[in-house]
Each structure stands twice: as C-alpha cells, then as structure tokens.
Design a protein around this ligand. Structure first.
Ligand code: CAA
Length: 387
C-alpha cells in the first residue's frame, strides 16, 4: 500500500489550491451574504479543467482520475462550498454517467461541452414526495411513436436554474393498473437528457437555504416534454441503476466537500487559538482547546483516508458502493462536528457573521443530507455488512 500521491495528483491539488485560495476564497463571504450565482468562478473552473476532472481529454475533460477529483473538490470547498458543489454536480452527477453510459454521439453532444466548462449540467432524481425512497418517483416518461413524453417535477435540483441540460430519471414502466400515487408493484426507470429551452421544461425560482447560498437549486417541471430516443441515457428500464451507480461516485465528491469545509474550519480555529489569549497565555496552550484541535485533526485525517480509498477503488473500476457510503457518512458528520468545535474555540466571535466559521457550520450541514442522508448511507453500509 502506497499513500503517496502521484506527481499528477499533487499537481492537480496544488493548482486547485492556488486557484481556490487566490480567486475563490476572497469572494466566499460575499457569495454567502448575497447568494449571488458565481458565474465568473464557474467560467474559471471550466478554464482550469475543474468541470470534468476525471473525464477523458477526448471528451473535453482534464483526463485525471477520481483521486485527483477528490483532491480538487477538497481544495475548492475549503475556499467556498457553494462553488464546490456546483463543480461536483457537473463532474460526478452529470458528466460521469454520460461518460459511463453515453453513446459516442451523446458524448459529443452532451459531454464534451460540459466537461470543458462551456455548458453546465444538473441531475434530476429527487421529487417533492420522494427523496430517500428514490424509486417511488412519480415523473413518468411515456413512449409515443418514436418520442418519449415526460410529465412530472423534480426538486432541490442543484445548478437547476442555470444548467443547460438535466439528466432526469423517470418511471417508464409500472404494473398494469398502477398510478403515480400507488404504483402497485415494481416499477422500471429510465434516464433522459433534456435541454433547457425544450418546450414544457421549466424552472422555478431558486430555493432559499440555510447554507451554500450561492449554489442555486430549484424545482423543475416537465409538462408534456417531448424528447427522441437519442436523449435516452442507458437502456430502457436501467435508469435506477444508472442513478445509483452515479451516486456511488457523487458521494465521493460530497465527502470531499465535507472534508474541505472541515479543513477550512480547523485551519481558522487553529490560527485563532494561537492568537487569542486568556488566563495569561494563548488559548492553544489550554489543554481544553488543544485536545479539541487534536480531535479535529484526527477526524479530518480519517475522512481523507476513507475518501482516497473509495476514489482509488473507483479508479480501479471496482464496485465501491459501500466504501463511498462510509466515506460520505463519516466525512459529512465529521464536518459538522469539526465546524461546531471551531465555533466553540472562537467563543462569541464564532457565532458572529464576521468570522467564517459560522458559514462553515451552515455549509457543513447539507453534506449530511444531499446525495443520500446519513440514514441512507447507514442503510447502504448495513445492507453490505449484514450480508
Ligand atoms: N449500483 C448499481 N445498482 C444498484 C446500486 C448501485 N450502487 N444500488 C442499488 N442498485 C440496484 C440493485 O441491485 C437493484 O437491482 P435489481 O432490481 O436488479 O435487483 C435495484 O438497483 C434496486 O436496489 P434496492 O432494492 O437496493 O433499492 P431501494 O429502493 O431499496 O433503494 C436506496 C436503495 C439505497 C435507499 C436508494 O433509494 C438511495 O440511495 N436513496 C437515496 C437517494 C439519494 O441519494 N438521492 C440524492 C439525490 S441527488 C442530490 O442530492 C444532488 C444534490 O443536490 C447535490
């Protein structure tokens, strides 16, 4: 076992860190306060190869691996978790499944411009009445001649208000007599690519959230949206597997987001503890504070190793469902604990909007929810360990 990063991986980490610290971090507080969509950062991420890190160069990506992607995500999210999740949705929830399941023609049309950052993608699985129980969705695509007609809605769609294309999951088969409310047995799903501007595909205004304010999400609607079979990603009936295997990769991205947020909170807490004085010395000299920092450092390291393991398995083409779930579960809950301690170390200042740790605390919280709640990760892990 060799835990040394390759030269390319180190280069990706250093390049992403330099960009994130110089161009993104100085804007993070303003983006959080105003909730402004960071179009200039999205454009720069494209130029830097960050919108398709692990997508082959022939399809517009940077041609790196999943470990490099995790490293870049950590760096981006240490600077700005909003910018980081915009990047992760495009990389792992949109480009990755097209790279895996797309035909050559689909890759040319729907992958290359997105992996190179010229266009932006999003992922539509969740619905108002189906989040964790993803199979029970109501959105339906009906085969009519050589067309598919999609009706339904999806919500919490990160990048939804700005994305050029959505990868949307629909039921395409339910048992006779089944309805959206009561499918009446096992349903089959299929994935489709729907472009912005397609008649009947509309987006609501963006959601107001606790954190990641600049990463806009919204509800999207499909009203008799017609697409041809060329828009179908993967075989008819295999949509749920496409969604689940995509999330195996996506969860590495969100775990890396949590890691980046935690690292930022830890670095700020460490710097503060070395400056702030009480009882005649800097507070870092008090064991109560030093132990908190030691626990934070330990948990951050553990999360990083879990993420690298899952990413290394993805790079080897080995199924990594459980390892991704473990990494995401641990890293996301760890980020909340670390950000919580960072506020504690800052005392009253930590609760103030003048210090970034309160933003990290709010931003960390979503990582325990999206791309599968902690409870869903435990279901996935238990299903494997109880086999
Ligand atoms: N890879 C490939 N296939 C998989 C798979 C995987 N990781 N996981 C399951 N499958 C297959 C199974 O083998 C099974 O196939 P068969 O029917 O052929 O046997 C089929 O999918 C159904 O599997 P399950 O019976 O395990 O499905 P389930 O209904 O019990 O659900 C679940 C499993 C893990 C709970 C799943 O519903 C789940 O992950 N829920 C959470 C949804 C989620 O993460 N949503 C995130 C939305 S995206 C988002 O959040 C983006 C954002 O904003 C940034």
């Amino acid at each position: 076992m060799d835990l040394e990063l390759t030269e390319e991986q180190q280069m990706m980490r250093d390049t992403a860190r330099d960009f994130a610290q110089k161009e993104v971090a100085p804007k993070a507080a303003e983006l959080d306060k105003t909730g402004r969509w960071p179009s200039e950062i999205v454009a720069r991420m494209g130029e830097m190869g960050l919108m398709g890190v692990a997508i082959p160069a022939e399809h517009g990506g940077a041609g790196m691996d999943a470990i490099s992607y995790a490293l870049a995500m950590e760096e981006m999210c240490a600077a700005c978790a909003s910018s980081g999740v915009i990047m992760s949705v495009n990389n792992s929830l949109y480009c990755d499944p097209i790279n895996k399941y797309g035909t050559p023609a689909q890759k040319e049309r729907w992958l290359a411009p997105y992996a190179s950052g010229k266009k932006l993608g999003c992922f539509g699985l969740t619905e108002p009445m189906s989040g964790s129980d993803a199979q029970t969705m109501a959105t339906f695509a009906e085969r009519k001649g050589d067309k598919w007609v999609i009706n339904g809605s999806k919500n919490w769609i990160t990048n939804g208000p700005h994305a050029d294309t959505i990868l949307v999951f629909c039921i395409t088969e339910r048992p006779a007599g089944g309805t959206a409310e009561n499918p009446g047995g096992k349903v089959k799903h299929t994935a489709f690519l729907v472009d912005r501007g397609t008649k009947g595909y509309t987006q609501a205004k963006h959601d107001e959230k606790l954190g990641i304010h600049a990463a806009h999400s919204c509800t999207v609607f499909f009203e008799n949206v017609e697409v041809s079979d060329e828009h179908r990603l993967g075989p008819v009936g295999d949509g749920f597997k496409v969604a689940m295997s995509t999330l195996d990769g996506g969860r590495i991205g969100i775990a890396s987001q949590a890691l980046g947020i935690a690292r930022a909170a830890f670095e700020k807490a460490t710097a503060y503890a070395k400056e702030r004085k009480s009882f005649g010395t800097v507070i870092a000299n008090h064991q109560a504070i030093a132990f908190m920092l030691a626990d934070m450092a330990t948990e951050i390291d553990a999360a990083r190793l879990l993420i690298w393991r899952a990413a290394a398995m993805k790079d080897k083409g080995v199924r990594h469902t459980t390892e991704s779930a473990i990494a995401k579960l641990f890293a996301s809950e760890m980020a909340t604990r670390v950000a919580h301690k960072a506020i504690q170390i800052h005392g009253g200042y930590g609760y103030s909007q003048e210090f970034a740790v309160e933003r990290h605390y709010r931003d960390a919280r979503i990582t325990e929810i999206y791309e599968g709640t902690s409870e869903i990760q435990r279901i996935v892990i238990a299903a494997n360990t109880l086999k």
